[in-house]
Design a protein around this ligand. Structure first.
Ligand SMILES: [Mn+2]
Length: 323
């Protein structure tokens, strides 16, 4: 069985590199560090890589400070790739593929291209954290409190706080076991979800003040002129979650967030609640995504882009309005 095979490699090999995707999230960071902490307890040499800036809110996890962005040409006996559907998700760290004896690919994306020498892809797992838990359990590893914090973070974030449909009874069984190690799960929750930097909070205030409502209160639009980022000393990433404030308005079906990239184009995020397929709207503008969450880039000033996207949303809403 693949999980045992992976277990043997974890025991037999001595030097590892663990790498995950660009735009790191709670699952990629949590699963990397969960595995890292366990291997370190067994005296293994483990290097960690992510080709991106890391979200600070995960810095409370043990080992976070060891995650490096660049590989300076080291060789590894075993390269473990987590939460990546394909090798392009590694960014520049794709170079690591040629610097190890064996590649283990562990993932939960159904689209995984099985690029490893050993592949374990479980699309029923809520998160890679859940898979790492199973690998450790099946192979007789004791799960320490540090590892449990990391795996809990993985599962918590990839299930959206246990609210997405990928949450199963297995998820809760695993979480129960992790909680039994004595982790402070409410503290982890508030570190991840109840924490915002001052710059982010200032930016949120300015973005919320741009709120506009259309089509019988079914569509909410937020905009972010790029000058706001300088004014608030914030980065575009700081605004990632702001679209939820548009979508979460009780009467709203479609939330739109228009981020000005420069004078010539804007990035648009779309979220829907119950019945609108926003991926259709995004693909009309050569973007993509899922039914309830999608995005695209549209040429034009904020007001031009707003008009274009509102026209498209109107068509999909299939209701007659006189502007
Ligand atoms: Mn994941």
């Amino acid at each position: 069985m693949v999980l045992n095979k992976i277990g043997h490699i974890l025991k037999d090999y001595n030097d590892f590199a663990i790498v995950s995707h660009v735009s790191p999230d709670g699952d990629s960071i949590g699963s990397m560090l969960g595995l890292f902490n366990t291997l370190k307890d067994f005296g293994k040499s483990v290097d960690l890589f992510v080709d991106d800036i890391l979200p600070e809110k995960y810095s409370f996890l043990t080992g976070f400070e060891h995650i490096k962005r660049y590989n300076t040409g080291s060789k590894y006996s075993c390269l473990i790739i987590l939460d990546c559907g394909d090798v392009d998700r590694l960014g520049e760290l794709k170079s690591l593929l040629n610097s190890s004896d064996i590649i283990i690919n562990i993932d939960h994306h159904i689209s995984n291209t099985l690029f490893g020498d050993i592949n374990y892809v479980d699309s029923n797992a809520s998160s890679v954290g859940e898979i790492i838990y199973q690998i450790l359990k099946i192979n007789g590893y004791n799960i320490s409190k540090n590892t449990a914090m990391c795996l809990y973070t993985s599962i918590l974030t990839d299930t959206g706080g246990f609210k997405y449909s990928n949450t199963t009874s297995m998820t809760f069984n695993i979480v129960a076991d992790l909680i039994n190690t004595g982790i402070n799960f409410s503290d982890i929750y508030s570190k991840i979800y109840d924490s915002r930097t001052l710059s982010q909070t200032k930016l949120l205030g300015k973005v919320l003040s741009t709120l506009e409502i259309y089509y019988d209160n079914k569509v909410a639009v937020l905009t972010m002129p790029y000058k706001l980022l300088d004014e608030c000393n914030a980065k575009e990433k700081d605004a990632d979650e702001f679209i939820n404030f548009a979508r979460n308005i009780d009467t709203v079906e479609v939330g739109v967030f228009i981020k000005e990239v420069n004078d010539l184009k804007c990035r648009v995020s779309l979220r829907s609640k119950n019945y609108v397929d926003v991926s259709k709207i995004a693909s009309y503008f050569s973007g993509g995504g899922h039914i309830r969450a999608a995005g695209c880039t549209i040429e034009g000033s904020i007001s031009e882009v707003k008009n274009k996207i509102l026209d498209a949303v109107k068509t999909v809403l299939e209701v007659k309005y006189n502007k």
